[in-house]
Write a protein of this length. Structure first.
Length: 167
């Protein structure tokens, strides 16, 4: 009997946003184990735990991967036949990233970006570029989950004040 795979890829997601980031050596250990199991993809979930040159407080005091560290991991993964894919947040779920003064103009609520603000789109471009640059993959997972309060903070106040919306 021969087993036939039902998927083109199979892998895991490493959550590097909760309380600490794994050291590069530990990611390499994980990648070796994945290779032995025949897994071919590793998504690296980083809310704000990667370096963004334009925003030096991005990931501050949380542990952070430098571009070079992520590139080292990606090259190691590629040697094992594993594709590493960056996995970031781009709309909500950003309370740690938005708690610093640099974010005052781009946050709608404590953890959601302010839509319609040009500086928000500059921020998004910077984080997407920084998150994808270290990886050879042309794929990126841009999470937009848990945006339950989208548009209900500064954005709503702005719409009411500009008579675009009445309550």
């Amino acid at each position: 009997m021969k087993e036939e795979p039902q998927f083109d890829t199979s892998g895991a997601m490493l959550d590097a946003s909760r309380n600490a980031v794994l050291k590069v050596q530990e990611i390499k250990n994980m990648l070796r184990k994945m290779a032995v199991m025949g897994l071919s993809v590793l998504l690296v979930y980083t809310e704000d735990t990667y370096e963004v040159e334009e925003y030096p407080y991005f990931g501050y005091m949380r542990g952070i991967y430098t571009e070079e560290e992520l590139k080292t991991c990606d090259e190691y993964a590629a040697d094992l036949g594993i594709e590493m894919i960056p996995c970031i947040q781009t709309l909500a779920h950003l309370s740690e990233a938005l708690k610093w003064n640099y974010a005052a103009e781009i946050k709608d609520t404590a953890d959601i970006l302010l839509v319609g603000e040009l500086k928000t789109y500059d921020f998004l471009e910077a984080i997407i570029t920084a998150a994808s640059r270290p990886f050879n993959s042309n794929r990126i997972h841009i999470g937009m989950d848990e945006a339950h309060q989208l548009g209900l903070g500064k954005y709503l106040k702005k719409m009411v004040m500009n008579n675009v919306l009445t309550l």
